[in-house]
Ligand binder design. Sequence first.
Ligand code: PAN
Ligand code: ZN
Length: 189
Amino acid sequence: MNINDFRFWSGGALTQAQKTTRRLSHLKNFFQDKGAAEELIRSGDPVLYEVSEYEGGTGRGDLRVALTSLYPGKVGREYHMTKGHFHDPADFAELYLTFRGEGKLLLQSERGDLVVADMLPGNLVHIPGGMAHRTVNTGPEPLVFMGVYSAQAGHNYHVADETWFAKIVVEVDGQPVVMDNPHRAAPLH
Ligand code: PAN
Ligand code: ZN
């Protein structure tokens, strides 16, 4: 199953997706190993993920649905991941449902409190308001998941470099390991 296999019905009609493609060049500041990132960008700049967004209206109480396909691979020893963001306003929650693949969801507050959830087919994860969220694909297949959230929420990407999240997800002896981020900036209090 891939994101193009889904169809969104709203108001009795099929609705077109708004599509975004994220290549590594757009995310190179987020990975620890800048040399590995530069090399991969020079040799083709891989697509890390694609997102199809659907809107069921823009009013108070309306919902937006986003389907993401995060492709497998690594930059250095770090697995492919999304940029990660807070919502804007930050207190809007989201619900993730995984359809395919395997990965980790990092959830982190502005204070630096972090929890990790498993993304596996059938797992529903509640992302409370006030938690930045980043997805990491730790498996060999695309990680395909849906997020549902308020149509009135925007995205705030001030988490935009390799220092913000307290943990990184790397491959060690062929296995995914969640470890402390060696470049972590001092948390805000
Ligand atoms: C998701 C994410 C999507 C891409 O739809 O926006 O997976 O991740 P980034 O936006 O961090 O690049 C979501 O959480 N929407 O709110
Ligand atoms: Zn979100």
